[in-house]
Ligand binder design. Structure first.
Ligand code: GLP
Length: 259
């Protein structure tokens, strides 16, 4: 796991955009997209590079991490809609090639297996962007999620519903259930890129990177993955015990080595 500590949120977004750009410029890429506020700066930066330097997404496709159960696709807070309004509509990524779990499926118990099969049919995800919840969740894998889990329905904790209430008129409108890629599904992506900002994420980042590998902190599953880049600002790094080493390693990064 490589931990990249940047001064400001905008430095974080530009590093993440560099990583994604590297894949997209190399050839057809399957992106793993995340919602939440953490990736928004990276999406804006990628859209700017698309407009100003012709970064071309026409050969790319994408899979979303998760979706609310029972919220119509057309609802402005469905992740289907959010990823379009925040990213897809601003680049030349074909909207039909951006797939997400179907939270309105009449056969919701089977939707997860169907979605995992679609990811596998596409050849898997090349680079997966991830935010992290204050309780260490990734996607919507709440604490206690099996480290090998597949895409399935989960029940949100009250804390996550409260955290996400800011996007709805009231907390009562936040669905209780979600479909989320499992921790095992996410781990199959070839490169995981985690993004976090601010003091509020410092404990979750420390637990994920330096705590025990445990379902109690679902993001700790990244410790088992062979290619992880955690890109965070100083505030989100403030509880890392080895922060000085991570800065030192970055300063001495061999010039031939990319993220
Ligand atoms: C939601 C999303 C996660 C995201 C998390 C943190 O729970 N399902 O994918 O990582 O929120 O969101 P934010 O980046 O806004 O802090």
């Amino acid at each position: 796991m490589e931990i990249v500590i940047r001064q400001t949120p905008s430095d974080v977004s530009s590093t993440v955009a560099d990583i994604v750009e590297g894949y997209v410029r190399r050839g057809p890429t399957t992106l793993g997209l995340a919602t939440g506020s953490s990736p928004l700066g990276s999406y804006r930066e990628l859209a700017r590079r698309h407009r100003e330097s012709g970064l071309d997404f026409s050969d790319a496709r994408a899979f979303l991490l998760d979706e609310y159960v029972g919220l119509p696709k057309t609802h402005d807070q469905s992740y289907f809609s959010v990823i379009r309004s925040e990213f897809v509509d601003h680049v030349n990524l074909d909207t039909d090639r951006v797939l997400s779990p179907n939270g309105e499926s009449p056969d919701i118990a089977e939707e997860g297996a169907r979605y995992d099969a679609a990811i596998a049919d596409a050849g898997g995800v090349d680079v997966q962007l991830l935010g992290i919840g204050t309780d260490g969740h990734i996607g919507f894998n709440e604490p206690g999620s099996a480290l090998t889990s597949r895409t399935r329905v989960k029940t949100l904790t009250e804390q996550t519903r409260l955290d996400n209430a800011r996007f709805f008129d009231s907390v009562d409108d936040v669905p209780h259930h979600v479909l989320t890629q499992g921790l095992g599904t996410i781990s199959e992506a070839r490169h995981l890129v985690m993004i976090a900002f601010g003091k509020g994420k410092a404990e979750a980042i420390a637990a994920a990177a330096e705590g025990p590998l445990s379902a109690f902190c679902p993001a700790s599953v990244m410790q088992l993955h062979r290619h992880v880049t955690v890109v965070i600002d100083e505030a989100a790094a403030s509880k890392l015990q080895l922060a000085d080493y991570y800065r030192y390693a970055l300063e001495h990064k061999p010039s031939w080595q990319s993220f």
